[in-house]
Design a protein around this ligand. Sequence first.
Ligand code: HEM
Length: 212
Amino acid sequence: MDNKKNRDKNWLNLIVLIGGFIPLLLLGWSALQGNLGFNPVQTVMQRTGNLGMIFLILSLSCTPINKIFKLPAVGRLRKPLGLFAALYAFLHFAAFAIWDYQLNLGLIWNEIRTKPFIIFGAIALVILLILAATSFKSLQRKMGKTWVWLHRLVYVAGVLVVVHYLLSIKGDLFNLQGDFALPIIAMVIVSLLLMVRIPAFYQFLRHWFVKE
Ligand code: HEM
């Protein structure tokens, strides 16, 4: 039985590892082929930004899925998926600060002043990098309860990324003029994942899905 559990765990880890690197390889391949469109920086920023958000949402989903369906193997994917979120978020930032602005702090500051939504993304990035740096088992053991509290910041990162995405879209959010479909879907998913933390809502879902 334990062997089967270990095999399932290894398979899931392998799928996440391959699934995490494939988009990066595809992006690298498109870059080598010169296939990044007429604005390569924007293409890379949009792809890495979306990938960072998708991996973050997947990572946030692991604990609720484990709690509702009792699937500890899925629960353990939270860490590798979170590490991929941090990786793509960092590449997104690097495309902006290094590739586009060559680390010119004056220009970067000017851009932040005209696009304040960047601040939400920057705070989310700092959180994701801190969580990635403290994700090791040895640190988890050493930090105890502080680690648990620190890693709850992942929800704050999720909310900040959704706000960052919503505000980055050109258009009028209140009249829904613009490409708001994807950021709104992301907002609904992140809101649901936050709601699952409310015990009554979690009990309702568990009753609904598992008939417990
Ligand atoms: C210092 C950190 C960050 C900076 C400077 C930054 C900057 C930007 C900029 C300038 C855009 C607009 C791109 C465009 O459409 O031309 C953008 C969009 C976006 N960012 Fe960030 N961002 C940061 C952090 C993050 C993080 C941590 C995430 C997710 C984990 C993220 C996800 C996104 C997404 C999903 C979009 C929308 C992409 C699209 O339009 O398809 N960003 N960001």
